[in-house]
Design a protein around this ligand. Structure first.
Ligand SMILES: Nc1nc2c(ncn2[C@@H]2O[C@H](COP(=O)(O)OP(=O)(O)OP(=O)(O)O)[C@@H](O)[C@H]2O)c(=O)[nH]1
Ligand SMILES: [Mg+2]
Length: 207
């Protein structure tokens, strides 16, 4: 509305918000075959609680391409840090005509510091498939000065009982020296989740 009175318009005064230090963003890729529980793991980390029992295996929606989720480090047990995890969750089917790791590798892999390799306790093939994932990631990854890429290996769905020969897992770990840690967990009952959270906070959050 026009100012029809003789009083001058009130000047907007500039307010200066305090300048806070920038958040440290740690980008992590969640990799592994279809249905091993990558998207579920991201949600469990985000929500800070295991899958609701009624949701286990009830709904499985394949991730069609790529999804990004940010989680504050505080949310998973960090203290005093303004850190944020940027989790990149991709489709589990590497043979799709278009896959984010091949066709949008800058978004999927640029600046990634950590790769969480996920396989399922009840599916040996999902462990064997990780060779292809590691090989594709190494091909597409562009090194960033001052950043080192590390891998952690996660066996999910331990609530279902494992059909995995521990020797097979040990051999896989030996064959990939970039794997710095191994976790056995269940997104369904929460087993092993706090160990993974603590490791993430201590080793890659920038705290
Ligand atoms: N029993 C059990 N089921 C799980 C666990 N984690 C995930 N699931 C179920 O496994 C199914 C697949 O989980 P998703 O997280 O969608 O798997 P994904 O790896 O993201 O699959 P894609 O998006 O196709 O690559 C869902 O029905 C989940 O409820 C777990 O620890 N135990
Ligand atoms: Mg998914």
């Amino acid at each position: 509305m026009a100012n029809t009175s003789n009083t001058p318009p009130v000047k907007e005064t500039a307010t200066h918000a305090p300048i806070l230090p920038r958040s440290h963003v740690t980008k992590a890729l969640v990799a592994g075959s279809g249905a091993v529980g990558k998207t579920t793991l991201v949600r469990v980390l985000r929500d800070g609680q295991p899958l609701n029992e009624s949701n286990v295996n009830k709904e499985y929606h394949r991730t069609p391409f790529i999804e990004l989720e940010t989680i504050k480090v505080e949310r998973i047990g960090g203290t005093g840090s303004r850190g944020i995890f940027l989790l990149v969750d991709v489709a589990g089917q590497l043979d799709l005509p278009i896959h984010a790791l091949r066709d949008l590798s800058k978004l999927a892999l640029g600046g990634v510091e950590l790769v969480i390799l996920v396989f399922s306790a009840e599916d040996i093939q999902s462990l064997l498939d990780l060779k292809d994932w590691v090989s594709l990631i190494k091909t597409q990854y562009k090194e960033v000065p001052g950043k080192t890429l590390q891998f952690v290996l996660v066996m999910n769905k331990c609530d279902l009982g494992s059909c995995m020969d521990p020797e097979l897992v040990a051999r896989f770990i030996e064959s990939e020296p970039m794997i710095s840690e191994y976790f056995e967990l269940s997104c369904a009952n929460g087993e092993g989740i706090s160990e993974l959270q603590s490791w993430l906070v201590e080793n890659v959050s920038g705290e």
